[in-house]
Ligand binder design. Structure first.
Ligand code: CMP
Length: 150
């Protein structure tokens, strides 16, 4: 079963959208297997966004993501990485389709509420930044047989 890292960013926490965002993931049928609130420090922000180091927006991105607490979680399910990316919507909220999280709850600039890993390998790297091995749970739910087919 695939796993992906999701961050409810500072704007999502400040706007009271933690529950709404997690509810969407659960309602889709994904299993939440890790969950915590934390405030990213500069070092963690620079590691998480390391691939953007040197880009003109890097400083803004690092200060935005570390400006207030966030919620980090791991969601699990078939094709979880691509399923969640589709649920999240386009990077710029103004371009995000209705029905996506950004398209339904965000409108301007890059106040885009949520981060989700963009590939399976990247998800493993990002999960390790936020969770120790024993903080990611392995369990099944009785309802899984009605969601995952097998
Ligand atoms: P996220 O999905 O968290 O991953 C990388 C982030 O970089 C992205 O969301 C945006 O918030 C940010 N980002 C991407 N492109 C730009 C840009 N041109 N200017 C500012 N921030 C950007």
């Amino acid at each position: 079963m695939e796993q992906t890292l999701i961050l409810v960013k500072p704007d999502g926490v400040q706007r009271g959208l933690i529950g709404t965002i997690i509810a969407r993931l659960e309602q889709r049928g994904l299993r939440i297997v890790a969950l915590k609130m934390l405030q990213m420090d500069r070092a963690l922000a620079e590691r998480h966004y390391g691939e953007h180091a040197g880009k003109f927006f890097f400083e803004d991105l690092v200060s935005y993501i570390s400006s207030s607490p966030i919620v980090a979680l791991v969601a699990e399910g078939p094709s979880a990485v691509s399923v969640v990316r589709a649920m999240v919507g386009a990077t710029r909220p103004a371009e995000a389709a209705p029905g996506t999280i950004r398209g339904d709850f965000a409108v301007a600039g890059l106040r885009n509420l949520i981060h989700a890993s963009d590939g399976v390998e990247r998800a493993k790297v990002e999960m390790a930044l936020f969770f120790k091995g024993d903080e990611v749970f392995s369990y099944t739910r009785d309802v899984d047989k009605w969601i995952y087919e097998k």
